[in-house]
Write a protein that binds this ligand. Structure first.
Ligand SMILES: [Ca+2]
Length: 464
């Protein structure tokens, strides 16, 4: 199933539908609006930006990715922190280390703010770290470059690696994911997910060269997947607490899952995949022995299924829970939870269901499907969810145990009580209207969180 299926490839070249702008306009009034610091909010907002990444219902137009012009308000590097000391970007409020209120109570009182971290990036879609103790963060630019930034947000001129010549970028395509091997400091191995020049999926390993940067000539290809549409490509990569590589794969694209891949356990589209990254015999990767379909019933790489476009997912550092944000079709954006200890093989419902409801059919069979722990309608707040992280950093105790996520179209950020979500329905709280095209969240090695705007800026997330 890893080989091209020689299906005709649809080429989506469409203008951004006016409907996206309408759908993304969102509520005009926000009772919970919290000011973004340092003028980070862009009054023009995402509703006029045109880009759709990753789209909810409409394939995105190629070449619409921003380079910063849509969100100019963060200004020049002079506005950036000039020191790696925490105080340079806002001193965390000292607070008692013991007996803090439960997450639900802190969430109700939380004031979330963004502080400028880095600017001038070219369509950034992710930020992460290498686990090397350096404080360096790695920023993925959609066109195919990985940039490094020091702890004070200074972006190095020379990319860590430039893969742009082998990548098709624009719309939902490009360099989409990056994950460092858990033993990267020793072995220099890292992994990327990109759409190649044909628009097909490639998950590959690279290694650093003698100069300490990624070596473009070191590519070792792991998974190739022939795609049939430009949208719904997933893209997130992350090593789980089990040391295996988890891979987000969208349903292939189009609209409404035309090939019914989400529920088809014999194709890799519409899934979370899980592999061991070392070669196993003739296969360039291994299959974890406890993957749910190793003995039949589906492709052995599959971990969870029934997903539409799980653009971003993350693991809770403390609980090891897997949080998946699945971009919806025309109605719902959803947050899915795969609790630690629960075996793989969960079915999150697409395209039988979208969010908590049946999709298209007036009624449907929800038996055996894992419903989202949270969702929002497009009328409530956007058109394309960008999943975030459960905060486990040290600087902002008010954020401890709160899962943050946002919407690309509306720029809204929500939070929910992560522990509570594992026990039953929780009520997310709208925390901030950023005015940014939120392409992703990310974390540094110490667990501090960042918000990535496709417009070219990255912000630190703070909570008081
Ligand atoms: Ca696709």
């Amino acid at each position: 199933m890893l080989h091209p299926r020689h299906q005709p490839r649809l080429k989506f070249v469409v203008a951004i539908a006016a409907g996206i702008a309408v759908a993304c306009a969102g509520p005009s009034a926000s009772p919970t609006r919290v000011p973004v610091t340092s003028g980070a909010a862009s009054p023009s907002g995402p509703t006029t930006s045109g880009g759709s990444f990753p789209s909810a219902s409409t394939p995105a137009a190629p070449g619409t990715t921003g380079t910063g012009s849509a969100t100019p308000a963060t200004g020049e590097p002079s506005g950036l922190p000039t020191s790696s000391e925490p105080g340079a970007s806002g001193e965390p409020t000292p607070s008692a280390p013991v007996s803090q209120p439960p997450a639900s109570a802190r969430l109700a009182a939380l004031q979330l703010t963004l502080e400028p971290f880095a600017t001038g990036l070219d369509a950034p879609v992710f930020i992460g770290h290498a686990g090397d103790g350096s404080g360096t963060v790695y920023i993925v630019e959609q066109a195919g470059r990985v940039r490094t930034a020091s702890a004070d947000g200074t972006v190095a001129d020379t990319p860590f690696i430039d893969l742009s010549e082998r990548i098709s970028a624009g719309g939902e395509q490009g360099l989409l994911g990056l994950a460092f091997h858990p033993e990267f400091p020793e072995n220099g191995r890292f992994f990327v997910d990109y759409t190649n020049l044909d628009g097909d999926h490639q998950i590959s390993e690279f290694r650093i060269g003698a100069d300490g940067r990624g070596d473009p000539s070191s590519e070792r290809k792991l998974i190739f997947l022939d795609d049939f549409a430009g949208n719904h490509n997933g893209g997130m990569l992350a090593f789980g607490p089990d040391g295996h590589l988890y891979i987000a794969m969208g349903d292939g694209g189009g609209a409404g899952d035309p090939r019914r891949t989400g529920q088809d356990r014999n194709v890799l589209f519409g899934k979370i995949l899980r592999i061991a990254v070392d070669a196993d015999g003739d296969r360039p990767y291994g299959i974890p022995a406890d993957n749910p379909f190793v003995s039949g019933g589906g492709s052995p790489e599959i971990y969870d299924y029934g997903l539409r476009n799980p653009w971003r997912f993350s693991f809770d550092r403390a609980t090891k829970d897997l949080w998946i944000a699945d971009v919806g079709q025309g109605e719902y954006e959803e947050v899915d939870l795969h609790a630690a200890g629960v075996p793989g093989g969960l079915n999150f419902g697409w395209r039988v269901m979208e969010g908590p409801d049946c999709f298209e059919a007036p009624d449907c069979d929800a038996t055996g499907k894992t419903l989202p722990v949270a969702s929002y309608t497009h009328a409530e707040g956007g058109c394309s969810i960008s999943g975030g992280y459960v905060y486990r950093g040290e600087a902002w105790q008010m954020l401890e145990g709160i899962y943050l996520y946002g919407d690309y179209c509306s720029g809204i950020v929500w939070g929910l009580d992560a522990e509570g979500a594992g026990q039953g329905p929780v009520e997310p709280r709208k925390l901030l209207e950023t005015g940014e095209r939120i392409s992703s969240f990310g974390e540094d090695e110490s667990g501090e969180l960042y918000l990535v705007s496709l417009g070219g800026s990255i912000f630190r997330v703070t909570g008081r």
